[in-house]
Design a binder for this molecule. Structure first.
Ligand SMILES: C[S@@+](CC[C@H](N)C(=O)[O-])C[C@H]1O[C@@H](n2cnc3c(N)ncnc32)[C@H](O)[C@@H]1O
Length: 503
C-alpha cells in the first residue's frame, strides 16, 4: 500500500497530465468534469457543483460492502482458504484502528514471516479477464498498469458472482475513505490551510482525465465491451479509490503493482517498518514482523514513510498527533513581484523546472537544502545576479553537490524570509482551527452531520500536525537568527570598543 504517489508519475504522464513531484507548484488546479455531449458528469466528485456538497455522498456503486462489514470479510476468508491460502496466524476482526483489520490468533514472534498469499490469489496487470476481449483491447492500446487494473476491477465487479474475484470484491468498501469522494466545497472548507488540498484537486483531475482519455480512445469505440452504465466516472472514482488505498508495489517483482486479497486487510502503523513483498523462496506475498504480537492484538504493516497529508490523500486517515516520524508539511514560498530581478529569477527557475511559487517539504527535524537555495534566490539583491543561476539550480534537484551552498552576506535575510513564510502559513492554520470550532449545523440528517464531523476531525488533525511542524521550524529559525544577530552585535561592540580606544 505504498504506491499511490507513484501513480501520477509513472502511469499518466504519457497522456500529458501533470505529474506529482515532491516539490509542488502552486498553480490553482481546475476540476473539470465536462463529459461527452458537453454535459456535466453526474459523479461523486462533482466539485464544480458546489451546491451538491451539502448533501451526503451516497455510494452509487452496486458492489462492495459497508466499510466496517466483518461478516462479508469472513466469507472472503473462507473463500481464500478454499482457493489456496494456507492456514494463517491472523483473522479478520473489527478493530479500534482502521475499522476492520488482521488480529493475531496466536503468539507471533519478531522476524516471523506471515501471510503467504500465493500469486494465483493476487490481482496484477497479468491477471486473466472474465471477458478476455476487453483485456486484449486495453493491451493493444498500451494502457498503463494503474488504469488497466482500475478497468479490470470494474469489469470483474460488474460480473458479480461469475467473476472469480466476487468474494474479494464483495468485501471491498463500497465507498473507500478517500479524498476522491470530497467535493470541491469540502476540500475548500476543510483543507483551506493545507497544501494537500491542491494535491487532492490534482489527483481528482488526474483520475477524471484518465477516465475521459479511456472513454474517448477506447470505451466509446467498443461500447459492447465497455458499456457506459458500468464504465463511468462513478465506477472509476471507486476503483481508483480502492487502488490508492490498497494497491501495493512489490520490490522483489521489479516494482510490479498488485492487489493482494487478505494482505490488504492489514492496517498501517507508524511504529512498524515492515512491508509486503514477494518472497522468492516461499513463492508468495509475505511480510516479516518487526515486533511481537500477543493473541488478540492487531497486526500492522507500514504503508511507507508518508506524511500525514499523504496518508490522508491516499488512505483517508490521519495518524495521532506526533505519532508519525515521517510527517512533513509543504511550505509555500514565492518570489516578490516587486523584486527588481523578478523576471530574471523567474526565467532561471523555469529553466530548472521550478516556478515563482513553489512548495518545499519541511520535517520536524529541518528543511531541505533546496528550500534554503530558493530562499537565497528570493532575497538576493541584483548585485548578486552572477549567483542567481547557481541558486536556482540548487533549488531544483538537478545538481547533486549542494553541501557548500552558503551565501553569508544574505543568510540572515534568507532565514527571515523562511520565517515570514512559516508565519503566513501558521496564520492560515490558526484561522481554520479557530473557525472549525463553530461547526455549521445547516444539515438535515444525522448522516450529513456525521460526515461533516468526520471530515472536520480529519482536517483538524491534519492542520494541527502540519502547524506543529511549522511551530518547530519557527523555533529553530528564531534561535538561529538570534544567535546570528547576537554574534553581529558582539562583533559590533568589539569594533566600537576598538574605535573608542583609538579616538
Ligand atoms: C489496505 S486497507 C486496510 C483494511 C481496511 N481497514 C478494511 O477494512 O478494508 C486501507 C484502509 O484501512 C484504513 N486504515 C489503515 N490504517 C489505518 C490507521 N492507522 N488508522 C485509521 N485507518 C486506517 C483506511 O481506511 C485505509 O484506507
Amino acid at each position: 500500500m505504498a504506491v499511490a504517489s507513484r501513480f501520477m508519475c509513472t502511469t499518466l504522464t504519457h497522456h500529458g497530465f501533470s505529474s506529482t513531484t515532491h516539490r509542488t507548484h502552486l498553480g490553482h488546479a481546475q476540476l473539470t468534469l465536462s463529459s461527452r455531449k458537453n454535459q456535466i458528469i453526474h459523479c461523486s466528485v462533482s466539485a464544480s457543483d458546489a451546491t451538491k456538497t451539502s448533501s451526503v455522498m451516497e455510494p452509487v456503486i452496486p458492489w462492495g460492502c459497508d466499510i466496517d462489514s466483518v461478516e462479508i470479510a469472513s466469507a472472503l476468508q473462507k473463500w481464500l482458504s478454499e482457493s489456496g491460502l494456507p492456514p494463517q496466524k491472523m483473522g479478520i476482526q473489527r478493530v479500534d484502528v482502521g475499522e476492520r483489520g488482521l488480529v493475531a490468533l496466536k503468539n507471533i514472534r519478531k522476524r516471523e514471516k506471515l501471510l503467504f498469499v500465493p500469486p494465483s490469489l493476487v490481482i496484477t496487470a497479468d491477471s486473466e479477464w472474465s471477458c478476455p476481449e476487453a483485456g486484449e483491447v486495453l493491451k493493444r492500446n498500451s494502457v498503463p498498469d494503474w488504469p488497466f487494473i482500475a478497468t479490470y476491477l470494474i469489469s470483474e465487479a460488474s460480473r458479480m458472482k461469475s467473476s472469480r474475484w466476487s468474494n474479494y470484491i464483495s468485501a471491498l468498501p463500497r465507498q473507500p475513505y478517500s479524498l476522491l469522494y470530497w467535493s470541491q466545497a469540502e476540500l475548500d472548507r476543510y483543507l483551506e490551510a493545507s497544501q494537500i488540498r491542491e494535491r487532492a484537486i490534482e489527483r481528482i483531475n488526474n483520475v477524471i482525465g484518465t477516465y475521459n482519455d479511456l472513454r474517448l480512445r477506447i470505451f466509446s469505440k467498443y461500447p459492447d465491451l465497455f458499456p457506459e452504465e458500468v464504465f463511468n466516472i462513478d465506477s472509476f472514482i471507486w476503483s481508483f479509490g480502492i487502488l490508492f488505498s490498497r494497491m501495493v508495489r512489490l520490490p522483489s517483482m521489479d516494482g510490479k503493482v498488485a492487489l493482494v486479497p487478505w494482505a490488504d486487510m492489514l492496517n498501517h502503523s507508524c511504529d512498524v517498518g515492515t512491508y509486503l513483498d514477494y518472497d522468492k523462496s516461499s513463492k508468495g506475498i509475505v511480510f516479516t514482523t518487526d515486533r511481537v504480537y500477543q493473541p488478540g492484538e492487531q497486526v500492522f504493516i507500514s504503508y511507507g514513510k508518508k506524511s500525514n497529508g499523504e496518508l490522508l490523500l491516499s488512505y483517508g486517515f490521519v495518524p495521532r498527533e506526533g505519532a508519525n516520524p515521517s510527517d512533513s508539511v509543504e511550505l509555500p514560498l514565492s518570489l516578490e513581484k516587486s523584486d527588481e530581478s523578478y523576471e530574471q529569477k523567474s526565467e532561471l527557475l523555469k529553466k530548472y523546472g521550478l516556478s515563482e511559487s513553489q512548495c518545499f517539504p519541511i520535517q520536524i527535524t529541518g528543511w531541505p537544502v533546496e528550500l534554503m537555495a530558493y530562499a537565497y534566490l528570493a532575497v538576493s539583491p541584483s548585485s548578486l545576479s552572477g549567483k542567481f543561476e547557481e541558486m536556482a539550480a540548487a533549488a531544483s534537484n538537478k545538481i547533486t553537490n549542494k553541501k557548500d551552498l552558503r551565501y553569508p552576506e544574505i543568510e540572515e535575510q534568507a532565514l527571515q524570509f523562511i520565517l515570514d513564510s512559516c508565519e503566513f502559513s501558521i496564520s492560515k492554520y490558526n484561522k481554520f482551527l479557530q473557525v472549525s470550532g463553530s461547526l455549521d449545523l445547516d444539515v438535515t440528517s444525522p448522516k450529513q452531520l456525521n460526515r461533516r464531523l468526520f471530515l472536520k476531525q480529519l482536517a483538524v488533525d491534519l492542520s494541527t500536525s502540519e502547524r506543529r511542524i511549522l511551530f518547530r521550524t519557527q523555533y529553530i529559525l528564531r534561535r538561529r537568527l538570534r544567535d546570528m544577530r547576537s554574534g553581529e552585535l558582539r562583533a559590533l561592540k568589539i569594533f566600537d570598543g576598538f574605535r573608542n580606544l583609538f579616538q
